[in-house]
Design a protein around this ligand. Sequence first.
Ligand SMILES: Cc1ncc(COP(=O)(O)O)c(C=O)c1O
Length: 371
Amino acid sequence: MIYLDHNATTPIDDRVLEAMLPYLKSFYGNASGLYRLGRLARSAVDTARNQVAELVGASASQVIFTSGGTEANNQALANLEPAAGLAVSAIEHPSILEPTERLRQQGHPVSIIGVDQHGLIRQEAIDEIIRDPKTAWVSIMLANNETGVIQDVTRHAGQLKDHNISLHTDAVQAAGKIPIDFKRLGVQLLSLSSHKIYGPKGAGALVFEKGVRLSPLLLGGGQEQGYRAGTENVAAIVGFGKAAELAKSELDQRNERLSLLNTHLEDGLRSIPGLTIFSEAAPRLPNTVQFGLPNSDGEMLLMKLDQQGIAVSSGSACASGGREPSYVLTAMGVDPVLAQSALRISLGTANTPDQITQFIKLLKALVCQEG
Ligand SMILES: Cc1ncc(COP(=O)(O)O)c(C=O)c1O
């Protein structure tokens, strides 16, 4: 099998699994327990908290473990004071867009921040929400899961801070792919997910600036400084920590390989007549390419590639299965027919140049059959 869908999820790193196993078998204590088994679990969670904090240049006391990126994003939007306004970009993940819609139904004023044809936040849209005195919180993702476009979050955070507006960034796709420095970004909240960085599924984190108003989604035993109750998923947290440590120490090495593979991939794609690489002119993650082919159907191509043992995505994992063109591409003003043909390739550490060659060869053959 050739797996080219690492933005959907990544295989677990062997070293991560190794780190987790003792906490699934021998060290099963509850991290709140005062006896030795409990203290062992607590210490492992503390180590993981440091590792995750270091990945984004924050301190351990700023990290709340969650069940994943979805929960971190939901919690990030749970801080709004009554009637306070929220603005989110049009290309956010559904785990931001859906809670935003609920907040709108509950009476919060909501604005949607538009993007240009490259998928970058429009500065006029930022100016507009700043002029609106109701805007209290904004959410802008650091990197988009479909196009891989990286936003200038540092610049936007500075602009918003000047007007006492707080910013959350969804860094689920950016983590492990580009360097992240929480302080330099200047955001108040940042979301992470373990399974996008070769860690286990079911673990994530919300990183917060000291002093920010935070509301727990889950109430109970007071774990995670009272911000996220529930017995810690120690093994998953340990795995997340190890994955974060590796993502930081191997970032340059991974990116060097990924950039070479990506160049190989994009050169191959450009040799297919009529193919469009979306957001080609924007800063993008080194592992992500989304493209469209005139007169093709993305979903059909995906299925034919799958029959040949190649896994790709036709957009965000959550959107595939539906027949609507990607809302991210729609927000960029991409023609709906071209958007319907979109495929996303997201490379990972185990991919090889030979796999890319095989993919391009098969794609060309399939396109010829269709044409
Ligand atoms: C940008 C982005 N945010 C959030 C999430 C949700 O993360 P999780 O799968 O850990 O809930 C995803 C997952 O695809 C994502 O791509």
